[in-house]
Write a protein of this length. Structure first.
Length: 110
């Protein structure tokens, strides 16, 4: 992917990634099929997992432990990503307006 973040650079083969997060390789393949993560691929199609992918796999494991199914996990991950993006956008707006204060802005309709 086009990120300059070194955490996004795929370096781990599936066997190493699976061992690092304590999961089976088949689980990693399943999570990819279900759209829970998208590891990078080499020119020959070999999966390469990044530190960010490992963090995401650990989060998946945590959510599984809480009893969520894969569909529920997908929704949680999407909501968490949306939340992160909104927080980043709000932070940027605060910096642009010159207000470094951390204040809670009520949501429209709340």
């Amino acid at each position: 992917m086009g990120s300059n973040d070194p955490r996004e650079h795929g370096v781990y083969a599936i066997s190493v990634a699976a061992e690092l997060v304590g999961m089976g390789q088949q689980n990693l393949r399943l999570y990819e099929r279900k759209g829970l993560l998208q590891p990078q691929r080499t020119e020959k199609g070999t999966r390469r997992y990044s530190e960010a992918d490992l963090t995401r796999l650990r989060r998946i494991s945590e959510l599984l432990g809480l009893g969520l199914n894969l569909s529920g996990i997908r929704l949680v991950l999407l909501l968490e990503a949306d939340n992160q993006a909104l927080r980043h956008e709000l932070s940027g707006r605060r910096l642009a307006s010159g207000s470094g204060q951390q204040r809670r802005t009520p949501l429209p309709g709340a």
